[in-house]
Design a protein around this ligand. Structure first.
Ligand SMILES: [Zn+2]
Length: 294
């Protein structure tokens, strides 16, 4: 059975559009402008920045390690649980980074081994239906339709348990990566409970949830409330932003965790541009669910 294990093969599958090329040049200009103007103050700002990846393919590993090395100069790496807790308690005293990963590809193990070298604990958001499956046809259909990817191998249960043994956390990303905004209330309630229950047969208590696709329009306020009713402590989006505090506490069912996506194959300067930008634009309002989701 052959699975994709290089990002270059993913790029070939997804195709490169003119828009991608224009975006790359724009980011080159913006990151250069940032470097000229000096961005160190933004990296040093007390905040919690959640960064998430989907994969670290063989040809991305060196870049991921270089990114961690760069970030470790100004940031303390903390777990998803500690990061959530600090926001809830209003205790953000220095620059923190918290890592997570979505979709549960087998190369999460490559990511974890690199994170381990920096003593960085991540939260791996997984879909129980894809864990340990070796049905090539199912994997190809699932990856093509739900993830817009060529066939990539998923973690098995032993590997999920290994991630936990290394001190990483496991979270639910729904049973099988359906768009939550298209589910009925009872479908979502069932999915939130079942995925939590299945994961808890193999892992410690599952406290964190990240919804698939990650844009605001892939979610809604009712779904947000159901996440907490199902017993989760946190809910994460894939919308960019970072978290600051004025020292006040907030309720767990008010916090929508913003995360910045990182593609490890990106040039380091582009990722650092996004991080500086999120820090520059940080607002207390980013801690809450936007009213447009009501
Ligand atoms: Zn996903």
């Amino acid at each position: 059975m052959i699975f994709t294990d290089d990002f270059s093969a993913v790029q070939k599958y997804q195709g490169i559009s003119l828009r991608d090329i224009a975006r790359k040049y724009a980011l080159d200009m913006l990151s250069l402008q940032n470097r000229i103007m000096g961005v160190d103050e933004w990296y040093r700002k007390p905040r919690i920045q959640f960064l998430f990846i989907h994969h670290v393919f063989n040809d991305e590993a060196a870049n991921f390690e270089a990114l961690l090395q760069e970030l470790s100069k100004d940031h303390t790496f903390i777990s998803h649980s500690e990061a959530v807790n600090r926001i809830l308690k209003g205790n953000i005293d220095r620059p923190y980074i918290s890592w997570s990963s979505d979709d549960g590809f087998k190369n999460n193990l490559v990511a974890a081994k690199i994170l381990n070298r920096f003593d960085a604990k991540a939260c791996f958001f997984v879909n129980p239906d894809s864990i340990g499956t070796n049905d090539r046809e199912w994997i190809t259909g699932f990856c093509n339709e739900r993830l817009k990817m060529p066939a990539v191998e998923f973690v098995d249960w032993e590997e999920v348990e290994q991630l936990q043994k290394w001190g990483h956390e496991i979270g639910s990303h729904t049973m099988n990566h359906k768009n939550v905004a298209h589910m009925t209330v009872s479908e979502l309630q069932d999915d939130l409970h079942t995925s939590k229950e299945i994961l808890e047969k193999h892992c410690d208590a599952i406290s964190h949830f990240a919804y698939p696709y990650g844009r605001f329009f892939d979610f809604n306020k009712k779904a947000f409330d159901l996440v907490f009713e199902a017993g989760y402590t946190s809910c994460s989006t894939g919308e960019r932003g970072c978290h600051i505090s004025d020292g006040s506490e907030i309720e767990k069912n008010q916090l929508l965790v913003r995360r910045d996506q990182v593609i490890c194959a990106w040039p380091l300067r582009h990722t650092m541009y996004f991080i500086a930008n999120a820090s520059k634009k940080a607002s207390l309002l980013s801690n809450y669910c936007p009213s447009s989701m009501d």
